[in-house]
Design a binder for this molecule. Structure first.
Ligand code: GLV
Ligand code: MN
Ligand code: MN
Length: 419
């Protein structure tokens, strides 16, 4: 017997999905085939308008909440039943690829379009959500939209986050919402709770491709802590000021990072420690720097390691300084999470029923799913990407690989929306 889930998977159109992705890749395209589409910029707005038009043409209703998360809803036969959610993010890294985030949104849209074209109606509504500011590349931390929606943090906590130009998050958000005033507003609340959440994403690592597998059934996401460190010294003349009189912010930043590398040393190579952004003032070749600011991205799957080494960061920095002072601000602390079986098992069943090679695996990258998971059964579908490359313009997944992931998504959503 052909089930609704089978028909949904069969109706997925890999060519339509690919053309939608390639159209999105034009919005903010950069050299090397990549994308720079920072959240809440005019480019982000263009991409969202395009998405809304496609969704409305497929019979979905579109709403936006106070965090500018965008919601596309395909009504179910029982509108009072809790919906099943899917989605991801549309913002990119400054030198990002064409698939990180946007694939999960377009895959969700493709499921809505497939169901619309095939005339399929699930019991529960299916909602596709495009979360605001997942990447954190413009405003730190990332995942602001899903954290605010889930109640992990208050939206107001992010108001004063500034982008590299000094623009406040709250001001960028207000301007965006004003520009989108024609889109009906929905409350920023996660009650009543959704029935389930499923996020499709490229793997961003090399394992699936190396093993010749089609689908990663994600079991959980490692934890992460983000910090912004500001070292303050004193500017002085580079040609005349003796070393012992200097309060050199750049030299102390180097000492601090060296101390952090020792603190974060892990011969097993499980721990991830990254300094990805450095800003120096006055940023002149012949002036001693009076300010150096850098970010820390620290991740580990074990909450105890995350707690112990993360709690030691500020002291390690301060002990390394000679003459400057440091302010250490923790901007995010996400605990490791393990997805409960409901959605993980449904994804695995879907991959098996479609005859796809699959494996269970944890996620090294962070995703909005980790902030939805405390509220409802959640899970993620990974598809392979070439060489495991991501956060890079060369990021690539083939139309067939992406279509396979979306067939698994369609099957899983149909299954969960029937329950
Ligand atoms: C998301 O891109 C992350 O930082 O893991
Ligand atoms: Mn992503
Ligand atoms: Mn990313």
């Amino acid at each position: 017997m052909t089930t609704l889930a089978d028909r949904a998977a069969t109706a997925v159109d890999g060519a339509r999905q690919w053309s939608r992705l390639m159209e999105m890749a034009q919005i903010g395209s950069i050299a090397g085939g990549g994308v720079n589409r920072a959240c809440l910029t005019p480019l982000d707005r263009d991409a969202r308008r395009r998405l809304m038009a496609w969704a409305q043409a497929a019979g979905a209703t579109v709403t936006i909440d106070d965090a500018a998360n965008l919601w596309l809803r395909r009504e179910g036969s029982d509108p009072a039943a809790a919906p099943v959610l899917t989605g991801s993010h549309m913002d990119s890294q400054p030198e990002g690829g064409r698939f990180d985030g946007i694939y999960g949104v377009i895959a969700g849209l493709e499921v809505l379009e497939a169901m619309h074209a095939a005339g399929l109606r699930t019991r529960r509504a299916i909602e596709v959500v495009a979360w605001t500011n997942e990447e954190g590349g413009r405003f730190a931390p990332g995942c602001m939209g899903s954290m605010a929606w889930s109640g992990t943090r208050r939206l107001a906590d992010f108001a004063d986050a500034r982008d590299p130009e000094g623009i406040r998050f709250e001001d960028a958000l207000s301007a965006h919402l004003a520009a989108e005033a024609d889109v009906p507003r929905r409350p920023l609340v996660s009650a009543p709770r959704p029935a389930a959440y499923v996020e499709a994403h490229i793997e961003q690592g090399p394992l699936l491709e190396a093993a010749g597998e089609d689908i990663g059934v994600v079991t959980g996401i490692q934890g992460s802590r983000w910090y912004t460190v500001t070292i303050t010294g004193e500017t002085a003349h580079a040609g005349t000021t003796p070393l012992k009189l200097r309060r050199d912010a750049v030299q102390d930043m180097v000492r601090a990072i060296t101390a952090l590398n020792a603190l974060m040393d892990d011969p097993t190579d499980v721990l991830r420690f990254t300094v990805g952004r450095v800003e120096v003032a006055p940023n002149a070749p012949n002036s001693v720097a009076n300010r150096a600011r850098f970010t820390i991205d620290f991740r580990h799957p074990d909450g105890a390691v995350l707690a112990a080494r993360g709690d030691a960061v500020a002291d390690a920095i301060r002990a390394a300084l000679r003459g400057t002072t440091a302010e250490v601000q923790e901007t995010s602390h996400a605990l490791p999470n393990v997805f409960e079986p409901t959605v993980v098992d449904a994804i695995e069943r879907a991959a098996a029923s479609l005859g796809l090679r699959h494996r269970r695996m944890p996620s090294g990258a962070g995703h909005d799913a980790q902030f939805v998971a405390p509220l409802c059964p959640s899970g993620m579908i990974f598809v392979p990407c070439r060489g495991g490359i991501s956060h890079n313009p060369a990021e690539y997944a083939s139309p067939d690989q992406l279509a396979a992931g979306t067939r698994v998504l369609a099957t899983t959503l149909a299954d969960l929306a029937a329950a």
